[in-house]
Design a protein around this ligand. Structure first.
Ligand code: NAP
Length: 480
């Protein structure tokens, strides 16, 4: 792995924690430490916010095309360094190198798209009801933004916030996940090389509760964008109430995947394989409950069995590996407990179901697993598993499929396959989710609005909707 930066970024200086304390970053495939990073607290968080506040007046008034140029340069540099950044990501996160390269390109796409959007932040004029008045609607940056991001997409979840924030004219303080800070620091280095002025992008690591608390306490922070678990999202929403901080929450999912009897089964199997097993099933939009019409269930299960059993498990750095390690021991325990719970309720596990031993590596590799007779009583049908487990269940009517799919407090992503156009629009409208894949299991892209309903979150990232989250709407009533 290339030597990554391992210090925090405040005001364009890479700095240690005031105390000098650090915490280790480990490779999930081996459980060995690969770096140590600063364990910051209140004082450093405060300094990062003040740096962002000091940088705000110049950045927000810099012409949009000039801000856009900086973002495009950042995107170009990420692509230039794609292999280096992917190696850092695989080392700290575990995903196969090919997937990590893909994530770097995906992360850069948010910078490119945001650069374009920076130049399209349009205000409006509105016809007034008196001849001596004019109504102007201005779009202005909210101010200093803070981003709190998860470990499963260590680069893309940062640029999906940084890109639109800088495009809107905001400055930002980023707190990456403890497990994956090196990808964040690498983005910090790229920001400096791209010409991002001091204080516009700041990155700190340390105790999450302390950093989170300070972010909500400091008056300069006017926007917080969080991606992570619903549990932590609820804590942040509570904290945001104190100062009425604008909040975006991209939280957990529990995606249904429905296969109707008129579906193209080849496409449905391929879609499910790609969607479910990316990042070893550790994605917020991966399918967690698969509902297959009873007429095609046997055929679908048979095709799926063969493909799931053929997946190659191993360290992300090894050629051809499709399933890397889970992020930590707690993740392994959760996945194993979901499988054990399903078995205890009578489930038939037809593929996988246990850890795979990889010589000289940690016990973090869980076999791609197929449960063919799952039911809503099982934990895997009510909680996000976050692992390579496919629980399947039969259904017989369209109504039953919709009710099963919507029977969850989550509402992030849902998928279905059908070749009937009328059914397609009927189901798309009936699914209570923010993102619906209709004959498509890979909906994420920089230009589309991404986000959830119900306990999956608030707000949208991507497209002009993503930039809108960092803007205030100001109405100027102009007497002439
Ligand atoms: P997490 O435990 O909620 O952590 C997310 C981030 O919040 C991390 O940076 C974490 O820091 C920080 N954090 C934890 N406690 C905090 C607190 N009290 N105050 C402020 N920050 C705090 O989630 P995760 O395990 O990293 O990620 C997996 C979850 O993210 C899954 O539920 C997944 O569905 C969801 N996710 C959602 C989306 C989406 O777009 N909707 C995308 C990706 C992932 P530490 O790492 O230092 O603990």
């Amino acid at each position: 792995m290339p030597t990554p930066q391992s210090l925090c970024l405040i005001n364009n200086h890479f700095v240690p924690a005031d105390s000098g304390n650090t915490f280790p970053v480990t490779d999930p495939a081996t459980d060995k430490a690969i770096a140590s990073v600063p364990d910051c607290g209140s004082a450093e968080t405060w300094r990062a916010i003040e740096a962002a506040a000091a940088a705000l007046p110049e950045w927000r008034t810099r012409p949009a095309p000039a801000r856009a140029r900086v973002l495009r340069t950042m995107g170009d540099l990420m692509l230039r360094d794609q292999d280096r950044l992917a190696a850092i990501m695989t080392a700290e996160q575990g995903k196969p190198l090919a997937e990590a390269r893909g994530e770097i390109a995906y992360a850069a796409s948010f910078l490119f798209f945001s650069a374009g959007e920076a130049e399209r932040v349009y205000g409006q004029t509105v016809p007034a009801s008196a001849s001596d008045k004019r109504i102007l609607v201005l779009k202005q940056p909210v101010g200093v933004a803070a981003a709190i991001t998860p470990w499963n997409f260590p680069s893309a979840m940062i640029t999906r916030k940084l890109g639109p924030a800088l495009a809107a004219g905001c400055t930002i303080v980023i707190k990456p996940a403890e497990a994956t800070p090196l990808s964040a620091f690498a983005i910090g280095e790229i920001a400096i090389e791209a010409g991002v002025p001091a204080g516009v992008v700041n990155i700190i690591t340390g105790d999450p509760a302390t950093i989170g608390r300070e972010i909500f306490r400091h008056d300069a922070v006017r926007k917080v964008s969080f991606t992570g678990s619903t549990e932590v999202g609820k804590i942040l929403m509570d904290q945001a109430a104190n100062r009425i901080v604008k909040l975006s929450l991209e939280l957990g999912g529990h995606a249904p995947f429905i296969v109707f009897d008129d579906a193209d089964l080849d496409k449905a199997v391929a879609g499910l394989m790609a969607n479910k097993f990316r990042n070893a099933g550790q994605t917020c939009i991966c399918s967690n409950r698969v509902f297959v019409h009873e007429r095609v269930f046997a055929e679908f299960a048979q095709r799926l069995r063969a493909q799931v059993a053929a997946l190659k498990v191993g360290p992300g750095t090894h050629d051809g590996v499709q399933i890397g390690p889970l992020i930590d021991d707690a993740a392994v325990e959760k996945v194993a407990s979901h499988v054990a719970n399903a078995k205890s309720k009578g489930a038939k596990v037809t593929v996988g179901g246990d850890l795979v031993k990889v010589p000289d590596h940690a016990n973090r590799f869980f076999a791609p697993t197929l449960i063919e007779d799952a039911n809503p009583e099982m934990k895997c049908f009510s909680e996000e598993t976050f692992g390579p487990v496919v629980p399947m269940m039969k259904f017989s009517t369209e109504r039953e499929a919709i009710d099963l799919a919507n029977d969850t407090p989550f509402g992030l992503a849902a998928y279905f396959y059908t070749s009937n156009a009328s059914r397609l629009i009927r189901i798309a409208e009936a699914l209570d989710y923010g993102v619906v894949g209709a004959n498509d299991a890979a909906p994420s892209t920089a230009q589309a609005p991404f986000g959830g309903t119900k306990e999956s979150g608030l707000g949208r990232e991507g497209g002009h909707w993503g930039v809108e989250e960092y803007l205030e709407t100001k109405y100027v009533s102009w007497g002439v």
